[in-house]
Design a protein around this ligand. Structure first.
Ligand SMILES: Nc1ncnc2c1ncn2[C@@H]1O[C@H](COP(=O)(O)OP(=O)(O)O)[C@@H](O)[C@H]1O
Ligand SMILES: [Mg+2]
Length: 346
């Protein structure tokens, strides 16, 4: 691999950093938490933000392994890739529940406080089960993202739904937990948590399922209080680069647009759409600023091109009006007889 540079065109924010905390959560394994997490981290890094990452899924450690693979790629392939400041928070080894919970809380908050001061964003990957550590992380979130696989089976992560009438019987334990953490957060610092549910592995084949899921998640969103993100489609590109620690966003910038498929472009757009859905002020401002800069650059280039064209046109017209001017260039070589004399003299 050759030496790519990452696109951190505009430095993100002012020196005093107070990170925005994003937690990926869903009490089901295999719903796309780590995949979404990694793509979000790389997207933020490539926008020029500094990112702190915390893995509280200390059993699977999928995010940590993804990032470790990235580090290996940097070392072995000699490529420059943006990296986050990463920490794994282990579960407490204590046996007594109260002691263990206190220990978990302390471990997490200490790590978070340290990263919050030094970064623009913190992204937390959590396990697919209900742990105390996961609850603590949810309570400290500014934004919770819950990816769900695009199937009926996964709806029960959000609520128990009557299969016949499609009515919501009651919110799921996870929805209640998020609700509780929202209350805790409001009590603790008056802050609010934005909850976003993201449909993952969308397929174009099953249009009927897709329609139903759109309707059901829309209904649940109103009842349980979350926003629905457009989501990621089922794409090989979202899963095939784990071992290299790369994402589609890296590949697209490393290759400079060479050998990319429509699927690459579509996948990158899905990640960008997720960023937009988050509605985080400093992120939106940054993206708008970058877009404005790009538009201004393009306009300046267009003006330059126009001026060049006009100048070329003008000199063509001048040449047509005065044909003699075509041969008005001074002669660079000496006329024949002079050269013969020079040859004789030497
Ligand atoms: N949009 C997607 N397209 C294709 N494969 C996906 C997609 N999202 C996740 N996967 C794959 O599904 C599996 C589970 O995803 P993962 O992110 O590890 O879930 P979780 O962290 O919630 O357990 C992984 O093998 C991952 O590569
Ligand atoms: Mg995971």
């Amino acid at each position: 691999m050759t030496q790519p540079i990452f696109n951190a065109s505009t430095p993100a924010s002012a020196p005093s950093k107070k990170a925005h905390v994003i937690v990926l959560g869903n009490e089901k394994g295999g719903s796309g938490k780590t995949t979404t997490c990694m793509h979000l981290i790389v997207a933020l890094l490539r926008l020029g933000f500094s990112v702190g990452t915390i893995d509280i899924d200390s059993r699977q450690r999928s995010l940590s392994r993804y990032l470790e693979n990235r580090r290996q790629t940097i070392l072995k392939e000699n490529v420059a890739l943006p990296q986050p400041q990463h920490v794994v928070v282990q579960r407490s080894p204590f046996n007594i529940v109260q002691e263990a919970e206190e220990d978990d809380r302390e471990r997490f908050t200490k790590t978070l406080m340290r990263l919050v001061e030094a970064n623009d964003f913190i992204v937390v990957d959590s396990p697919g089960s209900d742990t105390y550590l996961s609850r603590v992380a949810h309570a400290h979130a500014d934004t919770i993202i819950t990816p769900i696989n695009d199937s009926f089976v996964d709806l029960d992560v959000l609520a128990n739904v009557d299969g016949q009438t499609m009515k919501i019987i009651k919110p799921s334990i996870y929805s209640e937990m998020v609700w509780e953490q929202k209350l805790m957060r409001a009590k603790r610092d008056g802050g609010s948590i934005e909850w976003i549910v993201m449909r993952n592995r969308l397929s174009n084949i099953d249009a009927k399922n897709k329609r139903f899921m759109t309707q059901a998640t829309g209904e649940l969103a109103r009842r349980i209080g979350f926003r629905v993100a457009p989501g990621f489609s089922e794409r090989v590109i979202f899963r095939e680069m784990f071992l290299q620690g790369l994402t589609v966003l890296d590949i697209m910038e490393m290759n400079g647009g060479v050998g990319l498929s429509l699927s690459h472009v579509a996948a990158r757009q899905e990640v960008r759409d997720l960023l937009k859905t988050l509605r985080i002020a400093k992120l939106d401002e940054h993206i708008n600023r970058q877009n404005e800069e790009a538009a201004a650059k393009e306009e300046a280039q267009n003006k330059k091109d126009e001026a060049k064209e006009e100048a070329a046109e003008a000199s063509k017209e001048a040449a047509n009006a005065n044909p003699a001017s075509v041969s008005s260039e001074p002669l660079k070589t000496a006329p024949e007889p002079v050269r013969e004399l020079e040859a004789l003299a030497s």
